[in-house]
Design a protein around this ligand. Structure first.
Ligand code: GCB
Length: 612
């Protein structure tokens, strides 16, 4: 288990945050073995001293920033560097902890400060950090130089897995030619994808907070646990404030229960007139160690709600919840998977426009700021880890499973306090029919449930219902299917029968509620035909409508949700089935609606009115 917390960096009366977003110096190590940066210790001096550099924005994927095709598809180490002016008071005050935090970098990262390695991290999509106070105090006259090397190579031991294939036939391929194989359907964007920042805490500080909420009649219950680091003695005061800043409950000590009379529960969007109600929990630490006394303040947003699953329903606050939403990607023109507020706010406006109440973070954890938006707007989230493309039997080996378990540790540690997150997804479309899948998914799901007994756990399957080895262990069956697309292409008439059979089979065998976690069809925007043909907007529309008819019958029984694939078009690797990316979006990659978006809009608002 992980030893420290990973609270979102927030300013408070005791904490400061300094964002390091903007332009960094950048170089891709294009040496044949991609190892020149280490051989020549590029981290030891300024990057310009060891070779040419280019400007690279942070956060952003580096792939689409330049006109250089070798950078677009680059595999290996890239190097980022910049200097930072550290406020003098951070340096002079030895009672201040200075931490560097990387929101996410894809995939393997190493961080140096003034040439000294401070941390490394295995995996994209999740944050990592290191304390650097002692280092920058060594020579306060030096600017603080931060070097981050990032390697996007995927192997059978990474999550997602991939493999490197060398082509040695010199009559067919140039010397040294190799490709990165991946087993997922999105572009392997790389670089520093989320904010890099420095933040401070006092030397004795609030390291982690865990809240679990419940309610009884109209009294809300917030079970909390606070862990403190760096203190020999600590006193804690915990105060819960409502939206108007009025204190509604308080407590002292590292754990306890806050009771909220006349509670305002956290409700999903469209289920209540004021969805996404959040209280503010202020944790105030007064601590001391051998050196001094300290005060630390951290404020956490808390939504009070419960999650339960029966054999036919998904209950939020004991009321049936029907997921009518989308699957997304972190993906857009130019910035790739780089964090972008404008895009995020636009996407939320589109979700609300179409009446979507939920999404799955297909196929990896999204930025924390996105989950905070979901908390505030009442958008329900299925939080998926990067377990996508576990197709090769060798990916079921112990080393891979151990890494997968650690990734779940990191994901739950980061996202456990979000009211919007109601279910963890440990994988997407793994080879769950293979014999080792049973032990693998049993272990993974039990581990996740032990980390968080309060949320549902699932993975998303496209296996045969009777041969799926992990389905017995999930709380909710999530099924992806593409009738009349990957199966019986062009035959829209098979949808009612095949979809109905699919539901009856899965429910008949497992008696668990089902979410149609993907369905859809590619539509190249502007392509039209009647009668509908594949790849036209009309075909996509009819696929959706035919599926919806079946969903309408099944949602009266055990179907608890439908998530369209996909919210928007997104980039993929090049291949013969992809015309500049995947076109199953109901919006284009630039977020303009196709005909399908209007079909969903009408449907989702109708469902909202019907399901209350
Ligand atoms: C799937 C995958 C998703 C793909 C989609 C497709 O089943 O889960 O990542 O993009 O199908 O369009 O093929």
């Amino acid at each position: 288990l992980l030893e420290t917390g990973m609270l979102f960096p927030r300013e408070s009366s005791s904490r400061e945050v300094k964002e390091l977003n903007g332009l960094w110096n950048f170089r891709a190590d294009k040496s044949p073995d991609r190892n020149q940066g280490f051989d020549r210790a590029w981290y030891k001096s300024r990057l310009v001293e060891t070779g040419p550099v280019i400007d690279m924005p942070v956060p952003a994927s580096y792939n689409d920033i330049t006109q250089d095709p070798t950078l677009k598809d680059f595999i290996g180490w890239v190097w980022y560097e910049r200097e930072v002016v550290v406020p003098a008071r951070w340096i002079t005050d030895e009672g201040t902890r200075v931490v560097i935090r990387v929101g996410s970098a894809h995939y393997y990262s190493i961080v140096w400060v003034n040439g000294v390695k401070v941390t490394e991290h295995n995996g994209g999509h999740l944050p990592f950090e290191a304390e650097i106070g002692t280092l920058i105090r060594k020579d306060p006259t030096q600017p603080c130089r931060i070097t981050i090397a990032v390697n996007n190579t995927l192997t059978l031991e990474t999550l997602p897995p991939g493999s490197i294939q060398h082509m040695d036939d010199s009559t067919q391929y140039p010397k040294g030619f190799f490709v990165q194989n991946t087993y997922f359907d999105f572009f392997n964007y790389a670089g520093i994808h989320r904010a890099v920042l420095l933040y401070t805490t006092p030397a004795a500080y609030v390291d982690d907070i865990t809240v679990v909420t419940d309610f009884l009649d109209n009294t809300g219950l917030v079970n909390y646990k606070v862990s403190v680091q760096g203190a020999t003695t600590a006193t804690l005061k915990v105060t819960l404030m409502d939206k108007n800043g009025q204190c509604v409950a308080s407590s002292t000590g590292p754990f306890g229960v806050l009771k909220v009379v006349d509670v305002n529960l956290w409700w999903p969007y469209l289920m209540h007139e004021s969805p996404g109600y959040l209280y503010s929990m202020e944790v105030h630490l007064m601590a001391a160690n051998e050196r001094s006394t300290y005060e630390d303040v951290y404020t956490l947003a808390v939504g009070i709600r419960t999650v339960n699953v029966t054999s036919t329903q998904f209950l939020i606050n004991k009321k049936p919840f029907y997921f009518h939403g989308v699957n997304k990607h972190e993906d857009s023109d130019i910035r790739g998977k780089g964090f972008d507020w404008s895009l995020i706010v636009k996407d939320f406006n589109l979700l609300k426009w179409m009446g979507a109440n939920s999404f799955r973070t297909s196929h990896y954890p999204y930025a924390e700021e996105i989950l905070q938006m979901c908390d505030r707007h009442g958008i329900v989230v299925i939080d998926e880890c990067p377990g996508v493309g576990i197709k090769d039997i060798r990916s079921f080996r112990n080393v891979s499973l151990n890494h997968h378990l650690v990734v779940m540790d990191e994901l739950v540690r980061r996202d456990k306090n979000h009211a919007s997150v109601v279910m963890w997804s440990v994988a997407n479309e793994p080879a769950s029919e293979m014999p080792p899948a049973e032990y693998y998914f049993k272990t993974l799901i039990q581990h996740t449930k032990a980390l968080d007994p309060t949320r549902a756990v699932t993975y998303v399957s496209n296996s045969h219902y009777a041969r799926d080895k992990g389905a017995p262990y999930v709380d909710v069956i999530c099924v992806n299917s593409y009738f009349s697309w990957y199966h019986d292409p062009g035959h829209l008439e098979v949808i009612p029968l095949q979809l109905n059979t699919q539901f009856e089979n899965w429910y008949g065998k497992y008696q668990k509620p089902i979410i149609q976690s993907e369905y859809g069809a590619d539509a190249v925007p502007g392509l039209h035909s009647d009668p509908p043909m594949m790849f036209t907007e009309e075909y996509q529309k009819v696929v959706l409508q035919s599926c919806h008819d079946v969903f309408d019958q099944k949602r009266k029984q055990y179907l608890i949700g439908e998530l369209i694939w996909n919210f928007a078009d997104f980039m993929t690797a090049q291949g013969i089935t992809r015309v500049v990316g995947n076109k199953k979006g109901v919006f284009t990659r630039q977020r303009q609606p196709k005909v399908a978006a209007f079909i969903l809009k009408e449907r989702y608002w109708r469902l909202a009115n019907e399901t209350g």
